[in-house]
Design a protein around this ligand. Structure first.
Ligand code: FES
Length: 187
């Protein structure tokens, strides 16, 4: 496994303030591909703001996270305020408002997982990746985040790796998961 050290810690008390009054023309920020995909989603709803989550996901799929500039642009395209869109973006755990690595591990820290060896799994992940929650490995590959219940409490502890749900975690499974991420990515 590559040598990894933390490079980023999300400190929510020390984030620059978002200027929600800023208006950005979406045509100056979003790509033609993004605009076409968002327009398609808008066509499926009666009102454009209803496509907010889809639009955020489309842009995130291209850029890995939603910057302030992207947020302003999407809000402009959907005809809604940046404040409204920020409320939606921060509500959903899978929309990232900070840069993340190529892969994101969301470890469930809700009650069933807590009762089923969460701490052992969390400690092992932190030790193996050499990062804390909210951080990304130096090679930019893996971000580690906490998450609320993933809906599979009968198979706790559990995590979400990108869009893949992984249940009944143990040390061996974590080790093979990390090896897989590094092995696959190392080609
Ligand atoms: S508490 Fe972890 S999946 Fe429900």
């Amino acid at each position: 496994m590559s040598n990894v050290i933390p490079i980023k810690q999300v400190d929510l008390t020390n984030q620059p303030m978002v200027n929600f009054n800023e208006i950005v023309s979406y045509r100056e920020v979003l790509s033609t591909k993004e605009i076409a995909a968002i327009e398609h989603e808008c066509s499926l709803y009666e009102i454009r703001p209803a496509a907010a989550i889809d639009a955020l996901q489309i842009v995130q799929n291209e850029r890995r996270w939603i910057s302030d500039e992207s947020l302003y642009a999407i809000a402009n395209m959907l005809g809604m305020s940046a404040t409204e869109l920020e409320g939606i973006a921060t509500f959903y755990n899978l929309i990232y408002r900070h840069p993340v690595g190529e892969h994101v591990i969301h470890l469930c820290d809700s009650i069933s997982c807590w009762l089923h060896d969460y701490q052992t799994i969390a400690d092992h992940l932190r030790k193996t990746l050499k990062i804390e929650f909210g951080q990304t490995t130096q090679d930019g590959k893996i971000t580690l985040l906490p998450n609320v219940c993933l809906g599979c409490c009968d198979k706790a502890p559990a995590l979400m790796l990108d869009v893949e749900l992984i249940e009944s975690l143990n040390i061996e499974l974590i080790d093979s998961l990390v090896k897989r991420l590094n092995g696959v990515d190392n080609g």
